[in-house]
Design a protein around this ligand. Structure first.
Ligand code: OXD
Ligand code: MN
Length: 610
């Protein structure tokens, strides 16, 4: 068998992958609760899962990964398009034939001594307007259980495929066979993985091959690999958008509903925003999704969106009943925790969950935790994997999608970027998205604190040339015309001279969302600035909020000197895309440069609300 096989017939494909990887058994896993229970019992017996105290955390488990397999591996993530230019300068490209040869060798016998699971899944509800299906083959029971939470498993998917429904073939192996070619056996370990890792995408063949890692972002192939990288390619061809965006419904005190999609780089509080509890009276927020949105122009000319996922794979540290009570409620049961600490009551803990850690803790690697060691008890990228239907703020009536009123771009910026600004128009909005940048966190590699440009929060997730992706966004805007959503940029993370955050964040971010909604309605005016339309401070509801006047000023301050540097950095970032960069984005940059070098005042009143 060769990996170049284009998957058509599901059963043949399963046989071919089994012939390549040589598992001891092949098991179909289609969401049966009894089978799930059996698998957890087996994994507990094998030391691969720890059952948490059922009185405290029913139906929940802790998994501990090997210390080398704790995050996405961007330098081992490949886009294997025929033409390297189609992968573009922001992706690692490998020639498809080279990568297939490499994978043939890596996967040869990689499942010896193991069970190969076949997991058909849907992204979106079966029969939903934007739903796609796929099949993941994996030798990791942890992946099987997690896929059962994150995607929709259903026996009907197999028949859909048999009837000709297109599907994405996803092959995953932890790369730790229990028998080698000579027949020599070795014992299993709690978290098998391989030093060598490949997360390979074949956009033209619509295939994903992942080897060597069990970590969610590398191994739950429905998520980043399919729902973003492969789906972004499908979306461009088919006229829709696959985005790294949360989705929420905001209801105003008058009972009007607004739907907002938001792109934020990894670990910028996206899950918190998706589950935000407004502090301002009369407003409510319902959750639709916390990580990925698929959006498509509808028959009515508006942009409609779904969350293709069925669960949350959230970062645990920092999540508490103060920062995100909804997430805490959601993960009370039926949750798989990975790399968090364990208390002596059989429950979980992580930094930030409580101010004072419990007396006795076992750290994420299974050792007694010494609070004076300076090491965290939970890994900074430790996770909870939990079903979305346990979320108390989950919106109902969303299976057919929701019409999007606003798109928000955010990043983690200590300086320069104001608390909120509205794009002048769609092109300016695409420019805002294309220039999103964030200080690094633990979800990806890189030096923590470094600034990285993360256009549309899609830098590690766009399956094709980023410049073509921007063009696609511009084209979608042209198609939507006046029905296009309004576009905003936000930054909850701006700091003052004393290094403290200027804005309280969390539930108080509803005050910014309120302004956004009032802008959409056209009932508040703004101040035009080189960075877009800023709020007049009088229009922000700051009742009951302890923000000093000078901090408020700093939140919207535009330092022309820093913006000269920022424009230079954007310019060199854009240069990397050569002639594929859409001219509209070059024009936006020129406009920015002109605005910041002009003698105009920083902000001036807009006479009319819009
Ligand atoms: C995630 C990420 O895990 O964006 O959602 O890295
Ligand atoms: Mn994400």
């Amino acid at each position: 068998m060769k990996t170049s096989h284009i998957a058509n017939d599901l059963n043949n494909w399963v046989e071919e992958i089994a012939a390549l990887t040589k598992p001891d058994a092949v098991v179909w896993y289609e969401g049966d609760a009894g089978q799930r229970e059996e698998l957890t019992v087996q994994m507990v017996a094998e030391g691969k899962l720890i059952r948490l105290n059922p009185a405290k955390r029913p139906g929940s488990f802790l998994a501990r990964s090997s210390p080398e397999d704790v995050a996405r591996v961007e330098d081992r993530t490949f886009i294997c398009s025929t033409d390297p230019a189609d992968a573009g300068p922001t992706n690692n490209w490998r020639a498809p034939e080279d990568m297939r040869r490499t994978l043939d060798t890596a996967f040869e016998g990689s499942m010896k001594g193991r069970t190969m699971y076949v997991v058909p899944f849907a992204l979106g509800v079966i029969d939903g307007p934007l739903t796609q299906v796929g099949v993941e083959i994996t030798d990791s029971p942890y992946v099987v259980l997690s896929m059962g939470i994150m995607a929709r498993l259903d026996v009907r998917i197999r028949s859909l495929i048999d009837q000709g429904c297109p599907w994405v073939a996803c092959v995953h192996s932890v790369g730790y066979p229990l028998r080698d070619a000579a027949g020599k056996t070795r014992a299993d370990v709690a978290w098998p993985s391989n030093e060598t890792k490949y997360i390979a995408h074949f956009p033209e063949a619509r295939q994903i091959w992942s080897f060597g890692s069990g970590y969610g972002g590398n191994a739950l192939l429905a998520k980043k690999c399919f729902a973003l990288r492969i789906a972004s390619v499908m979306a461009r061809e088919e006229g829709w958008l696959a985005e790294h965006m949360l989705l929420i419904r905001i209801t105003s005190p008058e009972g009007r509903r607004f739907h907002v999609a938001g792109a934020f780089p990894s670990a910028c509080g996206k899950t918190n925003l998706a589950m935000l509890q407004p502090t301002i009276p009369g407003w409510s927020i319902e959750t639709i999704g916390d990580d990925i949105a698929w959006l498509k122009p509808g028959d009515d000319g508006r942009l409609w969106a779904i969350n293709p996922e069925a669960g949350f794979f959230g970062v645990a540290p920092g999540t508490s009943s103060r920062t995100n009570p909804v997430a805490i409620e959601t993960m009370k049961s039926n949750t798989i925790f990975t790399n968090v600490a364990l208390d002596d009551d059989g429950d979980v803990w992580w930094e930030g969950l409580t101010d004072i850690p419990p007396q006795q803790l076992t750290d994420w690697q299974g050792h007694p935790w010494d609070p004076t060691s300076g090491k965290p008890a939970a890994h900074p990228n430790s996770r909870f994997t939990t079903p979305i239907d346990q979320c108390p703020t989950l919106a109902d009536d969303i299976d057919r999608g929701v019409p999007i009123d606003a798109i928000i771009f955010g990043g983690r910026r200590a300086t320069n970027v104001p608390l909120v600004a509205q794009a002048r128009d769609w092109s300016h909005g695409v420019f805002m998205g294309a220039t999103v940048s964030s200080e690094q966190t633990a979800a990806a590699e890189g030096t923590i604190g470094d600034l990285r440009r993360d256009p549309f929060a899609m830098l590690p997730f766009c399956g094709y040339n980023m410049a073509d992706y921007w063009r696609h966004w511009l084209d979608i805007g042209t198609l939507l015309g006046p029905k296009a959503p309004a576009v905003f940029q936000v930054n909850w993370f701006r700091k003052g001279a004393d290094d403290n955050y200027l804005w309280p964040g969390f539930g108080e971010n509803a005050r910014v969302l309120e302004w956004i909604v009032r802008r959409i309605q056209g009932i508040v005016s703004g101040l035009s600035s080189p960075l877009g339309t800023l709020p007049r401070t009088d229009d922000l509801d700051l009742n009951g909020l302890d923000v000093q006047a000078e901090d408020l000023t700093r939140l919207f301050d535009i330092d022309f000197g820093s913006w000269h540097d920022e424009a230079r950095s954007i310019s060199s970032f854009f240069d990397g895309f050569g002639t594929r960069l859409p001219t509209q984005l070059r024009d936006e940059l020129l406009l920015l440069k002109r605005h910041i070098s002009g003698s105009e005042s920083i902000a001036h009143d807009l006479t009319s609300p819009m």
